[in-house]
Design a protein around this ligand. Structure first.
Ligand SMILES: *Cc1c(COP(=O)(O)O)cnc(C)c1O
Length: 361
Protein backbone atom coordinates (compact mmCIF):
# COMPACT_ATOMS: atom_id res chain seq x y z
CA UNK A 1 0.00 0.00 0.00
CA UNK A 2 1.32 3.38 -0.92
CA UNK A 3 1.82 5.82 1.93
CA UNK A 4 0.73 8.66 -0.32
CA UNK A 5 -2.85 9.28 0.79
CA UNK A 6 -5.35 12.09 0.14
CA UNK A 7 -6.78 14.24 2.91
CA UNK A 8 -9.64 12.68 4.93
CA UNK A 9 -13.02 13.13 3.26
CA UNK A 10 -11.74 13.28 -0.32
CA UNK A 11 -12.45 9.60 -1.07
CA UNK A 12 -16.05 10.02 0.13
CA UNK A 13 -16.73 12.38 -2.77
CA UNK A 14 -18.79 10.77 -5.54
CA UNK A 15 -18.05 12.29 -8.93
CA UNK A 16 -20.57 14.89 -10.08
CA UNK A 17 -22.83 13.47 -12.79
CA UNK A 18 -23.59 16.00 -15.52
CA UNK A 19 -26.64 15.82 -17.78
CA UNK A 20 -26.36 13.40 -20.74
CA UNK A 21 -25.61 15.04 -24.07
CA UNK A 22 -25.81 12.11 -26.52
CA UNK A 23 -27.52 8.77 -27.01
CA UNK A 24 -25.88 5.85 -28.79
CA UNK A 25 -27.29 5.54 -32.30
CA UNK A 26 -29.58 8.59 -32.17
CA UNK A 27 -28.73 11.71 -34.19
CA UNK A 28 -30.04 15.23 -33.44
CA UNK A 29 -30.98 14.77 -29.82
CA UNK A 30 -32.85 17.47 -27.92
CA UNK A 31 -30.93 18.16 -24.72
CA UNK A 32 -33.18 19.05 -21.78
CA UNK A 33 -30.87 17.63 -19.13
CA UNK A 34 -28.66 20.52 -17.96
CA UNK A 35 -30.95 23.55 -17.56
CA UNK A 36 -29.23 25.39 -20.38
CA UNK A 37 -30.82 28.37 -22.14
CA UNK A 38 -32.45 27.05 -25.36
CA UNK A 39 -31.82 30.43 -27.01
CA UNK A 40 -28.07 30.37 -26.31
CA UNK A 41 -26.41 33.55 -25.08
CA UNK A 42 -26.77 37.23 -25.95
CA UNK A 43 -25.45 38.20 -29.44
CA UNK A 44 -23.50 40.93 -27.62
CA UNK A 45 -21.63 38.22 -25.70
CA UNK A 46 -20.75 36.44 -28.95
CA UNK A 47 -19.37 39.70 -30.37
CA UNK A 48 -17.31 40.22 -27.21
CA UNK A 49 -15.83 36.72 -27.55
CA UNK A 50 -14.84 37.44 -31.17
CA UNK A 51 -13.18 40.72 -30.20
CA UNK A 52 -11.32 38.99 -27.36
CA UNK A 53 -9.28 36.83 -29.77
CA UNK A 54 -6.98 39.79 -30.41
CA UNK A 55 -6.00 39.87 -26.74
CA UNK A 56 -5.34 36.19 -26.09
CA UNK A 57 -1.64 36.79 -25.40
CA UNK A 58 -2.48 39.21 -22.58
CA UNK A 59 -2.99 38.16 -18.99
CA UNK A 60 -6.54 39.01 -17.89
CA UNK A 61 -7.59 41.48 -15.23
CA UNK A 62 -6.99 40.19 -11.71
CA UNK A 63 -9.57 42.39 -9.99
CA UNK A 64 -12.40 41.89 -12.53
CA UNK A 65 -13.29 45.56 -12.06
CA UNK A 66 -15.12 46.00 -15.39
CA UNK A 67 -17.33 42.97 -14.84
CA UNK A 68 -18.00 43.80 -11.20
CA UNK A 69 -18.99 47.34 -12.19
CA UNK A 70 -21.38 46.07 -14.84
CA UNK A 71 -23.01 43.68 -12.35
CA UNK A 72 -23.20 46.43 -9.71
CA UNK A 73 -24.78 48.93 -12.13
CA UNK A 74 -27.41 46.52 -13.40
CA UNK A 75 -28.37 45.15 -9.98
CA UNK A 76 -27.83 48.30 -7.90
CA UNK A 77 -25.08 46.68 -5.79
CA UNK A 78 -21.75 47.73 -4.31
CA UNK A 79 -18.97 46.60 -6.71
CA UNK A 80 -16.42 46.13 -3.90
CA UNK A 81 -18.63 43.48 -2.34
CA UNK A 82 -18.72 41.31 -5.49
CA UNK A 83 -16.33 38.41 -6.19
CA UNK A 84 -16.19 36.58 -9.54
CA UNK A 85 -15.42 32.90 -9.94
CA UNK A 86 -15.05 30.14 -12.52
CA UNK A 87 -18.76 29.43 -12.35
CA UNK A 88 -20.58 29.95 -9.09
CA UNK A 89 -19.19 26.47 -8.32
CA UNK A 90 -15.83 28.09 -7.66
CA UNK A 91 -17.34 30.69 -5.32
CA UNK A 92 -19.08 27.88 -3.40
CA UNK A 93 -15.73 26.07 -3.17
CA UNK A 94 -14.00 29.25 -1.88
CA UNK A 95 -16.61 29.49 0.87
CA UNK A 96 -16.03 25.88 1.95
CA UNK A 97 -12.26 26.23 1.77
CA UNK A 98 -12.22 29.46 3.77
CA UNK A 99 -14.89 28.74 6.37
CA UNK A 100 -15.12 24.98 6.93
CA UNK A 101 -12.59 22.33 7.89
CA UNK A 102 -12.21 19.16 9.98
CA UNK A 103 -14.76 19.09 12.81
CA UNK A 104 -17.00 21.70 11.17
CA UNK A 105 -20.47 21.00 9.84
CA UNK A 106 -21.91 22.22 6.54
CA UNK A 107 -25.69 22.03 6.18
CA UNK A 108 -27.49 21.35 2.92
CA UNK A 109 -31.06 20.23 2.28
CA UNK A 110 -32.33 16.76 1.40
CA UNK A 111 -32.70 17.45 -2.34
CA UNK A 112 -30.07 20.22 -2.41
CA UNK A 113 -27.48 20.76 -5.15
CA UNK A 114 -24.70 18.11 -5.19
CA UNK A 115 -21.86 20.62 -5.06
CA UNK A 116 -22.55 21.58 -1.42
CA UNK A 117 -21.69 18.10 -0.18
CA UNK A 118 -18.70 17.87 -2.53
CA UNK A 119 -17.37 21.28 -1.38
CA UNK A 120 -17.72 20.37 2.28
CA UNK A 121 -15.92 17.03 1.88
CA UNK A 122 -13.17 18.59 -0.23
CA UNK A 123 -12.51 21.00 2.63
CA UNK A 124 -12.40 18.17 5.19
CA UNK A 125 -15.67 19.28 6.81
CA UNK A 126 -18.75 17.15 7.57
CA UNK A 127 -21.80 17.59 5.32
CA UNK A 128 -25.11 17.45 7.20
CA UNK A 129 -28.29 16.71 5.25
CA UNK A 130 -31.54 18.23 6.52
CA UNK A 131 -35.01 16.94 5.52
CA UNK A 132 -37.24 19.04 3.31
CA UNK A 133 -41.02 19.30 3.66
CA UNK A 134 -42.55 17.80 0.51
CA UNK A 135 -39.64 18.98 -1.65
CA UNK A 136 -39.52 22.45 -0.10
CA UNK A 137 -36.76 23.88 2.12
CA UNK A 138 -37.79 23.52 5.79
CA UNK A 139 -36.45 26.44 7.84
CA UNK A 140 -37.42 24.91 11.19
CA UNK A 141 -35.64 21.65 10.39
CA UNK A 142 -32.49 23.56 9.42
CA UNK A 143 -32.54 25.61 12.61
CA UNK A 144 -32.95 22.40 14.62
CA UNK A 145 -29.92 20.86 12.90
CA UNK A 146 -27.65 23.78 13.78
CA UNK A 147 -25.13 23.48 16.61
CA UNK A 148 -21.80 24.95 17.75
CA UNK A 149 -20.00 23.27 14.83
CA UNK A 150 -22.25 24.62 12.06
CA UNK A 151 -20.24 26.94 9.83
CA UNK A 152 -22.13 27.11 6.52
CA UNK A 153 -25.78 26.63 5.52
CA UNK A 154 -26.38 26.23 1.78
CA UNK A 155 -29.82 26.85 0.28
CA UNK A 156 -30.53 27.05 -3.42
CA UNK A 157 -33.49 29.37 -3.91
CA UNK A 158 -35.11 28.40 -6.27
CA UNK A 159 -33.74 24.93 -5.61
CA UNK A 160 -32.38 22.50 -8.20
CA UNK A 161 -33.76 19.86 -8.86
CA UNK A 162 -37.08 20.57 -7.12
CA UNK A 163 -37.78 23.99 -8.70
CA UNK A 164 -39.43 25.19 -5.49
CA UNK A 165 -38.42 28.24 -3.44
CA UNK A 166 -39.15 29.88 -0.09
CA UNK A 167 -40.01 33.56 0.43
CA UNK A 168 -37.73 36.31 1.70
CA UNK A 169 -39.49 36.41 5.09
CA UNK A 170 -38.63 32.73 5.62
CA UNK A 171 -35.03 33.31 4.52
CA UNK A 172 -34.77 36.21 6.93
CA UNK A 173 -36.16 34.07 9.76
CA UNK A 174 -33.49 31.45 8.95
CA UNK A 175 -30.68 34.03 8.94
CA UNK A 176 -31.95 35.48 12.20
CA UNK A 177 -32.03 32.09 13.94
CA UNK A 178 -28.56 30.82 12.92
CA UNK A 179 -25.82 30.45 15.52
CA UNK A 180 -23.32 33.34 15.52
CA UNK A 181 -20.51 31.46 13.76
CA UNK A 182 -22.68 30.26 10.84
CA UNK A 183 -23.02 31.88 7.41
CA UNK A 184 -26.15 31.46 5.26
CA UNK A 185 -25.32 31.01 1.56
CA UNK A 186 -28.18 31.70 -0.85
CA UNK A 187 -27.42 30.05 -4.18
CA UNK A 188 -29.31 32.13 -6.74
CA UNK A 189 -28.42 30.16 -9.89
CA UNK A 190 -32.08 30.46 -10.96
CA UNK A 191 -32.92 33.82 -9.33
CA UNK A 192 -33.21 35.57 -12.72
CA UNK A 193 -36.18 33.39 -13.61
CA UNK A 194 -38.20 34.82 -10.72
CA UNK A 195 -39.60 38.20 -11.70
CA UNK A 196 -38.97 40.79 -9.00
CA UNK A 197 -36.73 38.55 -6.82
CA UNK A 198 -33.29 40.00 -6.02
CA UNK A 199 -31.76 36.65 -5.01
CA UNK A 200 -31.40 37.95 -1.46
CA UNK A 201 -29.15 40.93 -2.37
CA UNK A 202 -30.94 43.36 -0.03
CA UNK A 203 -30.70 40.82 2.81
CA UNK A 204 -26.95 40.51 2.20
CA UNK A 205 -26.70 44.28 2.63
CA UNK A 206 -28.84 44.34 5.76
CA UNK A 207 -27.06 41.52 7.62
CA UNK A 208 -23.52 40.25 8.24
CA UNK A 209 -24.33 36.52 8.00
CA UNK A 210 -25.84 36.18 4.51
CA UNK A 211 -23.98 35.57 1.23
CA UNK A 212 -25.49 35.26 -2.27
CA UNK A 213 -24.10 33.42 -5.31
CA UNK A 214 -25.21 33.94 -8.92
CA UNK A 215 -24.23 32.51 -12.28
CA UNK A 216 -23.94 33.28 -15.99
CA UNK A 217 -24.51 29.58 -16.78
CA UNK A 218 -28.30 29.42 -16.77
CA UNK A 219 -30.43 32.33 -18.03
CA UNK A 220 -27.38 34.12 -19.49
CA UNK A 221 -26.58 31.00 -21.52
CA UNK A 222 -22.81 31.02 -20.87
CA UNK A 223 -22.36 27.65 -19.13
CA UNK A 224 -19.51 26.77 -21.46
CA UNK A 225 -17.44 29.81 -20.45
CA UNK A 226 -17.72 29.27 -16.66
CA UNK A 227 -18.49 32.58 -14.94
CA UNK A 228 -20.30 33.10 -11.65
CA UNK A 229 -20.20 35.64 -8.87
CA UNK A 230 -20.87 36.15 -5.20
CA UNK A 231 -22.15 39.10 -3.15
CA UNK A 232 -21.46 39.27 0.54
CA UNK A 233 -20.31 41.19 3.58
CA UNK A 234 -17.06 43.08 2.87
CA UNK A 235 -15.06 41.04 5.42
CA UNK A 236 -16.06 37.78 3.74
CA UNK A 237 -15.28 39.06 0.24
CA UNK A 238 -11.82 40.08 1.52
CA UNK A 239 -11.27 36.56 2.88
CA UNK A 240 -12.40 34.84 -0.33
CA UNK A 241 -10.16 37.05 -2.47
CA UNK A 242 -7.17 35.62 -0.59
CA UNK A 243 -7.94 32.08 -1.70
CA UNK A 244 -9.01 33.06 -5.23
CA UNK A 245 -6.40 32.54 -7.94
CA UNK A 246 -5.28 35.92 -9.33
CA UNK A 247 -6.13 34.96 -12.92
CA UNK A 248 -9.08 32.63 -12.29
CA UNK A 249 -11.17 34.08 -15.13
CA UNK A 250 -9.94 34.38 -18.72
CA UNK A 251 -10.18 37.66 -20.63
CA UNK A 252 -12.65 36.02 -23.02
CA UNK A 253 -14.91 34.89 -20.18
CA UNK A 254 -14.80 38.31 -18.50
CA UNK A 255 -15.63 40.15 -21.74
CA UNK A 256 -18.53 37.85 -22.61
CA UNK A 257 -20.00 38.04 -19.12
CA UNK A 258 -19.79 41.84 -19.04
CA UNK A 259 -21.49 42.16 -22.45
CA UNK A 260 -24.28 39.76 -21.40
CA UNK A 261 -24.88 41.56 -18.13
CA UNK A 262 -25.37 44.80 -20.06
CA UNK A 263 -27.87 43.19 -22.44
CA UNK A 264 -30.87 43.08 -20.11
CA UNK A 265 -33.32 43.10 -23.05
CA UNK A 266 -32.12 39.55 -23.82
CA UNK A 267 -32.57 38.57 -20.18
CA UNK A 268 -36.15 39.85 -20.13
CA UNK A 269 -37.07 38.09 -23.34
CA UNK A 270 -35.66 34.77 -22.08
CA UNK A 271 -37.39 35.14 -18.71
CA UNK A 272 -40.76 35.78 -20.37
CA UNK A 273 -40.43 32.88 -22.80
CA UNK A 274 -39.41 30.58 -19.97
CA UNK A 275 -42.37 31.59 -17.79
CA UNK A 276 -44.84 31.03 -20.62
CA UNK A 277 -43.38 27.72 -21.84
CA UNK A 278 -42.88 26.38 -18.30
CA UNK A 279 -46.59 26.90 -17.53
CA UNK A 280 -47.53 25.27 -20.83
CA UNK A 281 -45.24 22.27 -20.19
CA UNK A 282 -46.41 21.71 -16.61
CA UNK A 283 -50.04 21.80 -17.72
CA UNK A 284 -49.46 19.47 -20.68
CA UNK A 285 -47.71 16.96 -18.40
CA UNK A 286 -50.51 17.20 -15.82
CA UNK A 287 -53.03 16.39 -18.57
CA UNK A 288 -51.03 13.22 -19.22
CA UNK A 289 -51.23 12.30 -15.54
CA UNK A 290 -47.72 13.51 -14.66
CA UNK A 291 -47.80 16.04 -11.80
CA UNK A 292 -45.06 18.52 -10.87
CA UNK A 293 -44.60 21.13 -8.12
CA UNK A 294 -45.07 24.76 -9.19
CA UNK A 295 -41.60 25.55 -10.56
CA UNK A 296 -39.92 28.94 -10.24
CA UNK A 297 -36.90 27.98 -12.38
CA UNK A 298 -36.20 26.87 -15.99
CA UNK A 299 -37.14 23.23 -15.47
CA UNK A 300 -39.98 21.15 -14.10
CA UNK A 301 -39.63 18.13 -11.85
CA UNK A 302 -42.03 15.58 -13.34
CA UNK A 303 -43.22 12.96 -10.87
CA UNK A 304 -44.07 9.37 -11.82
CA UNK A 305 -45.76 6.52 -9.93
CA UNK A 306 -42.44 5.00 -8.86
CA UNK A 307 -38.77 4.63 -9.79
CA UNK A 308 -39.52 1.93 -12.36
CA UNK A 309 -41.95 4.12 -14.26
CA UNK A 310 -39.58 7.11 -14.16
CA UNK A 311 -36.74 4.92 -15.44
CA UNK A 312 -38.88 3.42 -18.21
CA UNK A 313 -40.04 6.88 -19.29
CA UNK A 314 -36.43 8.11 -19.37
CA UNK A 315 -35.47 5.14 -21.55
CA UNK A 316 -38.43 5.77 -23.89
CA UNK A 317 -37.58 9.48 -24.18
CA UNK A 318 -33.98 8.61 -25.04
CA UNK A 319 -35.18 6.28 -27.80
CA UNK A 320 -37.06 9.30 -29.17
CA UNK A 321 -33.95 11.50 -29.02
CA UNK A 322 -34.97 13.42 -25.90
CA UNK A 323 -32.52 13.79 -23.02
CA UNK A 324 -33.88 14.67 -19.59
CA UNK A 325 -32.30 14.21 -16.15
CA UNK A 326 -32.80 11.33 -13.75
CA UNK A 327 -32.47 12.59 -10.20
CA UNK A 328 -32.07 9.38 -8.20
CA UNK A 329 -28.85 10.79 -6.72
CA UNK A 330 -30.93 13.66 -5.32
CA UNK A 331 -33.17 11.14 -3.52
CA UNK A 332 -35.93 11.63 -6.08
CA UNK A 333 -35.95 8.23 -7.83
CA UNK A 334 -39.54 8.58 -9.09
CA UNK A 335 -38.94 11.93 -10.81
CA UNK A 336 -37.40 13.29 -14.01
CA UNK A 337 -36.09 16.84 -14.25
CA UNK A 338 -36.98 18.39 -17.60
CA UNK A 339 -35.44 21.67 -18.73
CA UNK A 340 -37.87 24.13 -20.34
CA UNK A 341 -36.61 24.22 -23.92
CA UNK A 342 -37.88 26.21 -26.88
CA UNK A 343 -41.50 25.77 -27.95
CA UNK A 344 -40.83 22.87 -30.33
CA UNK A 345 -38.86 20.96 -27.66
CA UNK A 346 -41.56 21.50 -25.05
CA UNK A 347 -44.21 20.20 -27.45
CA UNK A 348 -42.08 17.21 -28.37
CA UNK A 349 -41.28 16.15 -24.81
CA UNK A 350 -44.91 16.55 -23.71
CA UNK A 351 -46.08 14.57 -26.73
CA UNK A 352 -43.63 11.72 -26.08
CA UNK A 353 -44.49 11.54 -22.37
CA UNK A 354 -48.16 11.34 -23.42
CA UNK A 355 -47.32 8.45 -25.75
CA UNK A 356 -45.38 6.73 -22.98
CA UNK A 357 -48.27 7.11 -20.54
CA UNK A 358 -50.60 5.71 -23.21
CA UNK A 359 -48.55 2.53 -23.32
CA UNK A 360 -45.68 3.14 -25.75
CA UNK A 361 -42.41 1.52 -24.63
C1 LIG B 1 -26.34 25.19 -12.33
C2 LIG B 1 -26.25 25.51 -10.89
C3 LIG B 1 -25.21 26.30 -10.40
C4 LIG B 1 -24.29 26.97 -11.37
O1 LIG B 1 -23.07 26.47 -11.45
P1 LIG B 1 -21.99 27.24 -12.32
O2 LIG B 1 -20.74 26.76 -11.71
O3 LIG B 1 -22.19 28.71 -12.09
O4 LIG B 1 -22.17 26.85 -13.72
C5 LIG B 1 -25.14 26.58 -9.06
N1 LIG B 1 -26.09 26.13 -8.22
C6 LIG B 1 -27.13 25.42 -8.66
C7 LIG B 1 -28.18 25.00 -7.70
C8 LIG B 1 -27.23 25.07 -10.00
O5 LIG B 1 -28.26 24.33 -10.44
Amino acid sequence: MSKIAPQPGIMEISLYQGGKSHVEGVANVIKLSSNENPFGCSPAAQEAVKRSVHELHRYPSTDHAALRNAIAEVHGLKPERIICGVGSDEVLAFLCQAYAGPGDEVIHTEHGFALYRIGALAAGATPVEVKERERVTDVDAILEACNDNTRLVFIANPNNPTGTMIGLAEIERLAEGLPDQALLVLDGAYAEYVDGYDGGARLVEARDNVFMTRTFSKLYGLGGLRVGWGYGPQEIIDVLNRVRGPFNLSGTALAAAEASMRDQAFVEKCREDNTRLRAWLAEALAEHGVPSDASTANFVLARFADADEAGACDTYLQSQGLLVRRVTGYKLPNALRITVGDEASCRRVAHCIGQFKAGAR
